[in-house]
Design a protein around this ligand. Structure first.
Ligand code: HGY
Ligand code: MN
Ligand code: MN
Length: 417
């Protein structure tokens, strides 16, 4: 059996790589990375170009209330689509592949199937999930979480960035850039979803493997911690009278690091943002804000240790007030059934080397799996580096990921009832 039943669609690796190069220019940083926060002008330009390519192919383009973008190639039947995609936004010191590679691979898969003149039963969709990295707006959650109802759309649309711009108005800016896009109902059914993504870890490259078939995404809890003391004069205020928010924040951070110390090195504990206010040389800090990001594959461990954060913070503070707020929580998400099985068929048919492996990073497929069978394809990246401007991958690895997406879409089109 050829790929996807008796149908075969070979991706165009050169076209795919050229598009990676083009997208990397949108938000390009001095160090060769990409800074393209959700629905900034660079991201809106990326969305508009992707929408334009879809329109040139005669695909339809829809944008939902939260700015998720869907590009659909019609099938023989008017039915929920088999979809693939990822995100176009990046971290502030992001790379040229995280997210966008899954979007471009989905688009390439649809175009290769289109070039092969294959008529699928079901429509096929390439999806751009909005705001996966969540760095610009607060509060924040993934566009895929909003789509499946795991995050309240009105709260997330009211979120603001540092300039007071709301997500709602940013989505409106996207609509104005693609005025001919149709509406999309949040939560509209999808038949299946496959996301290709760079591994963002070192295993595939170290083991010389082409593809990772993802078995699960580990669970996570994200929290904001605010330490409130009193501003005071750095020269006149004796230590015994100070309520120095920085001193207490350091005590708290040290206590949390001890709480999450794991001799087996499975727990992931990160303080990624740490802001001292007012941030003036001669003022004793009155406020410190910092974020906590913990990850672990075992839900019970995540629950038990995550619930200790607030009491540990309170106990570690000596003079300041402490406020702890959990902003996101997601249990471990397994990928089983039709999609990983179709991915494995595709990989074996192509003769690519592969292994089954969990994902340490979060992805949109976590939430999409709440509404339809989902799965993920990993491709190697250089030294596993990601969320770093030196993130890198090879054209051949990227093309293999896109090829598996194309084959998986065709196989699912054959197999799904
Ligand atoms: O944080 C994550 O795991 C994802 O890369 N945004
Ligand atoms: Mn990322
Ligand atoms: Mn990503």
């Amino acid at each position: 059996m050829a790929n996807g039943g008796d149908r075969r669609a070979d991706v165009d690796g050169d076209r795919l790589w050229r598009r990676h190069t083009e997208m990397a220019e949108l938000g390009a940083t001095q160090k060769g990375g990409v800074n393209r926060a959700a629905l900034t002008p660079a991201d809106v330009e990326a969305r508009a170009r992707l929408a334009g390519w879809a329109r040139d192919r005669g695909f339809t383009v829809e944008i939902d209330a939260y700015g998720n973008q869907f590009m659909r190639r019609p099938g023989a039947a008017d039915a929920p689509a088999i979809a693939s995609g990822s995100h176009s936004d990046t971290q502030p010191t992001g790379g040229r592949f995280d997210g966008i590679s899954g979007v471009l691979s989905a688009v390439e898969a649809l175009e290769a199937i289109d070039d092969a003149g294959i008529v699928t039963d079901r429509p096929l969709e390439a999806v751009i999930w909005n705001n996966e990295e969540g760095t610009r707006f607060s509060p924040t959650n993934l566009g895929s979480a909003v789509y499946v109802g795991a995050a309240p759309v009105d709260v997330m649309l009211a979120a603001t960035d540092r300039d007071g711009v709301t997500m709602r108005s940013a989505v409106q800016t996207l609509r104005e850039a693609v005025p001919w896009a149709g509406p999309r109902e949040l939560g509209a059914p999808m038949a299946a979803f496959v996301e290709s993504h760079i591994e963002q870890g070192p295993e595939l490259e170290a083991e010389g493997l082409d593809i990772g078939i993802v078995t699960a995404i580990q669970g996570t809890r994200k929290l904001d911690v605010e330490v409130v003391g009193d501003e005071a004069h750095a020269g006149t205020t004796p230590e015994r009278m100070r309520r120095d928010a920085f001193v207490d924040a350091v005590r708290i951070a040290t206590a949390l690091r001890e709480l999450f110390h794991d001799p087996d090195d499975i727990m992931r504990f990160t303080i990624g943002r740490f802001e001292v206010s007012p941030g003036a040389l001669a003022v004793v800090p009155g406020r410190v804000f910092f974020t906590v990001d913990i990850r672990h594959p075992d839900n019970a461990t995540l629950a038990r240790l995550g619930d200790r954060i607030e009491p540990v913070c309170r106990r570690a503070a000596s003079r300041c007030d402490v406020r702890v707020a959990e902003t996101r929580r997601a249990d471990s998400t397994p990928f089983e059934g039709a999609v990983p099985e179709a991915i494995e068929t595709a990989v074996r048919e192509r003769g690519y080397s592969y292994k089954h492996m969990p994902s340490g990073a979060g992805h949109d497929a976590r939430y999409v799996s709440e509404i339809c069978p989902s799965g993920m394809v990993f491709v190697p990246c250089e030294r596993g580096l990601s969320h770093n401007e030196r993130e890198n991958a090879t054209p051949e690895d990227i093309a293999r990921g896109a090829q598996i997406v194309a084959d998986t879409l065709l196989i699912l089109d054959e197999r799904l009832p």
